[in-house]
Design a protein around this ligand. Sequence first.
Ligand code: ADP
Ligand code: ZN
Ligand code: ZN
Length: 730
Amino acid sequence: MKYALALVNIKGLGVKTFSYLIPDGMNVQIGQAILVPFGRQGLVNAFCVGFSDYLPGDFKVKKISKILDEKPLFSIDYLKLLEWVANYYCCDLVTVLNAAIPLKLIEKASKVEQNVEFITFDGATKRQREVLEILQKSGKMPLVMFEKQAKTTRLTVKKLESIGCVKITAEELYRNPLDILNITETEPLFELSPEQQKVYEGIKEKLCSNKPILLHGVTASGKTEVYFKLIDDTIKSGKNVLFLAPEIALASQLTKRLAKKFGTRDVAIWHSSISDGERYDVWQKLYKNEIKILAGARSAIFAPLQNIGLIIIDEEHESAYKQTSPAPRYDARIVAKKLAEFHGCSLLSGSATPDISLYYKALNSGNLFELKNRYNDAKIPHVSVINMQEYGRAAYRSIISKPLQTAIIETLEKNQQVILLINRRGFSTFTQCQACGHVIECPNCAIPMIWHAKDKRLKCHYCNHSEYFPDFCPQCGSDALKNSGTGTQKIEQYIKELYPDKIVERIDSDILVRKGEHIRLLERFQKKEIDILVGTQMIAKGLDNPNVTLVGVISADASFNLPDFRASERGFQLLTQVAGRAGRGDFSGRVFFQTYNPEYYALASAKAQNYTEFYSKEIVAREEFDYPPFSQIVRLILSSENNFRAEKSAQEIALRLCTMIEKYGISERIIVLGPTSCVIERIGGHYRFQIIIKNKLDEKGHRFISSFLSKITMPKDIKLTIDVDPLDIL
Ligand code: ADP
Ligand code: ZN
Ligand code: ZN
C-alpha cells in the first residue's frame, strides 16, 4: 500500500484522519504511533489507522516522518470492532475512534519515557493516600507530588528531594495505583451456597456455547460471588476477563473487591475520569496482555483488553451503559455482545431487574439462570405502600408521611441507617403562579425550570440556563409565584430540620461537580458516618450496606409518569432496586413507597418484589405495540432554530423513507411513525421533531435503514441526530 491513514488530534479541528505517503522502506503498521507533518503546526503525533492505494482527493500528499514506537497500541481486530460500532450506530469511524481512543494517547505517543512526578499528601486522592499510608508504614515515607502541583506550590524537584522525598516515576505510580498497594495475599473466594453453586455450574456449562447468558438474581442473592468463581476459572484457563459496572463509583468499589480476591497485580480499572497518565499506562499494559481482569464503566468496552475469555455486565438494566450524547450513541451492552463474538467467548449479564428484551431472549434461548433467594436466607424486605391521598389530607400534612417518619425514628434509634429516594434533583420540581397557573419554563427549552435553593436560582436541567427567581409572574404580573413539587435539596433541608442531631447527606448529579465526591459519600455511608442518605436514582445502584434497614421512596409515581414506552419498566426497576438496598445483612429491612396511585400494576409488582409478574404483563404490552424485543427502534431527531424548517425536513425524510419501504414491499416490517414534535419540543433554542422507525426485520432491516440514512445530506441549519436503540423517546 502506498498511503497510510493517520489519526491526528489538531487544536480547533478535533480528531480527524488524513492520508500520508509511506516513505520507501518504512514498514508502518496499524496501531503504531507515528510523527507526521501538519501545516503550520509542524510535526504532530498520530496513529496509523489504515492504508490505501489511492488518495481520497486531488491534493499534494506529505510523507510520514517517523515511526515513534515500533510496538502498536491497537490491532486490526480492534479497529474492526470500532468499524462495526460505526456501522451499527450510523456514524463515521472517526467519531468512534474519538470516543474509544483517549486523545491523550495520541499526544503522549512520543513522550513514552516519563519524568519523575510527585504527589503531596494533601492533594492526593483517597486511593493515593492509601498508597502513601502503606509506604509510610513500611518506613519509606515519601513526600510525593504531581508535577503540576509542584509548580503551583513552587516547589522544585530539587527542593523536594532535599527534604527527603522519594522519587516515584509516573510509570510506577500511574500504571495501576493498586500495584503499590501490592495485595499479594488474597482472600479466598467464598464457598458458594447450594443455590449459588447450582447456578454457577449451570452457567459454566453454557460458557463454551459462546452465547449471551443472563443471571437474574434477586437483590443480595450473591450474584457477585458467582461472577468471582467464574472469573477465577477463566483466568486459571489463561484468559482475561472484562467486568463492566454501570458507573464509576460502582466500578471503583468493584475493583477493590476484585483486588482483594485476585491480587492487585492482575487487576486494573478503566473509566472516563481516570487520569491521562493512568489511562496511558493501563492502555499499554492491556495491550501487552499484562492485565487479567479489567473492571470499568461504559467506556471500558473500548479498552484494548486482549484474549478475553469472559465478559460480565453487572446491573445490566442500567441506562448508564448507553451513551446518549454525543455520538457515537453506543450501548456498551450491545457492543459487548459483538466483542464477545469477536473473542469467541460468552457474555454474562446480571441483574435483579433485567431489561425486558434481554429477559425475553434469555428465556427463549434457554440461557436464563435465576437466584431466587437472598444469600443466607436474608429476608426480602417488607414493602408498605402508603396512599398519599389519605395522608396528604390528614392533619399531618407533609412530604413525609407519618408512618415513614415513625419508621425513620425507630431505625435511627437502633443506630441503623436510612435511604430516602426522591427522583428529582434541585429543590422543587416547578415554579407555578397560583393566580393564573403559569409555569416558569426555560426560554430555550420547553420544560419547567427547577428551583435550586443552594444557589438561589432557577435552573434548566437540559441546557443549564439559569436565572433569578422572578418577583412577579411574567404572564399575569401577580406575585403569587410558588415552588411546587419536591426535589432532593428540599428533602435534604427538611430532613435536617426534622433530625438536627443526625448526619444527613445528599447524592445527586449536582454533587458530581466535585470530583470523587460521589465515591467519598458512599464510603462514608458504608462506614456509618452518615445516618440518612437522600438522593436520586444514583443511590439505588449496587449499594451493599448491611446496616441499611429502611428505604423510603418519597414519590413513587414520579418515574411512571413519563410519556415513554419504557416508563413502567424504568419505574419498576428503580423501585425494586432501591428496595433491595434494605435489610441486606442480619437485620431485616423495611421499605415505604409513597404514592398517589397505589393500584398501578408496576408499583404492585415492585411492592411484591416480583419480577416475573411484572415481566409477564409488560411483555404482552410490548408485543401488542411492536416495541422491543418485538422490534428494533431507530429514532431520528431533526432539530433547528427554525421551527418550520425542522418540521419540513422531518416530513421530507419520513416521506422518502416510506416511499422506499413501499417500493421494497416491506411496509409491514418496517414501520415509520411521525414526524411529530418531540415530547421535549425545544432544547437549547432548537425545535425538535422526531421520526420513530420500528424495524421488525432484524439485521436486514437495520442494513436497509442505515443505507437509507447514509445517503441523506442535511443543510447546515438543520441537524439530524440518529439514535439506534434509544433509551427513551422524550
Ligand atoms: P448481589 O450482587 O446479588 O446484590 P452480593 O454479591 O453483593 O449480591 O451479595 C450480597 C452479600 O452477601 C454480600 O455482602 C456478599 O459478600 C454476601 N455473600 C454472597 N454470597 C456469599 C457466600 N457464598 N459466602 C459468603 N458471603 C456471601
Ligand atoms: Zn400568573
Ligand atoms: Zn433550557
